[in-house]
Design a protein around this ligand. Sequence first.
Ligand SMILES: Nc1ncnc2c1ncn2[C@@H]1O[C@H](COP(=O)(O)OP(=O)(O)OP(=O)(O)O)[C@@H](O)[C@H]1O
Ligand SMILES: [Mg+2]
Length: 230
Amino acid sequence: MGVMSASDLLVSCEDAARTYGRGSGAVVAVHGANCAVKRGDRIAVVGPSGSGKSTLLHLMAGLDRPTAGRVSHPGLTGGTLSQLIGIVFQGPSLLPPLTAAENVALPLRIDGVPEEEAAARALAALDSLALHGLADRLPDELSAGQAQRVAVARVLARRPRLVLADEPTGQLDSETGRQVMTVLLAAADEVGAGVVVTTHDLQIAQELDTRWHMADGRLVSSDVEGDGAQ
Ligand SMILES: Nc1ncnc2c1ncn2[C@@H]1O[C@H](COP(=O)(O)OP(=O)(O)OP(=O)(O)O)[C@@H](O)[C@H]1O
Ligand SMILES: [Mg+2]
């Protein structure tokens, strides 16, 4: 265990806030959040529906910009944020005209991975999530839970340095959910990635090292001393 260097700090939120709308109709989805994710971190974000979990995740991903405060990624160098951060979205996110395997391979092709290698990595990722038999199916021909696992495979195939997964087990039974978490954490271990998972499932949350609690847009507490959330 060495001293943390800037290169270990994958994302840092300093008083990062996100307000939707203006005036009397404004909704503060996230109040000034202070938190950090480092290499190797395993964080669960828990809290009631509407408490701001997805909004915080999108801020950390750089998909959304804070309306106040700052989000930075000092340790994510050597590529674009979209290459270095893998996001599993809460809702359906597969492209309907592409098969499961093509959906997983597409981001690799965009990154410049040759076609054959992209196809092989896509199949391996599907395989790791017990989906090899479904590689040629279209998203319409998958159950919601199968589609969610393809979305996880799509992220893992890319070997991102920061994995942000929004309810990745929300459509899964507890046994399959646990398997997906095992695969996701093992893949993250291989590259020393940081992992943040939002979840309503307390059993899943317990499998991660740290829990951040959100309530009414505030990051209210974290249950481990000295970790990233304040
Ligand atoms: N595009 C938007 N426009 C206006 N309000 C929004 C928008 N997106 C989210 N919100 C509001 O921001 C708050 C936080 O939403 P968010 O999706 O981050 O919650 P969540 O904790 O992820 O909920 P869930 O557990 O249901 O996924 C909610 O009050 C929500 O209604
Ligand atoms: Mg959400």
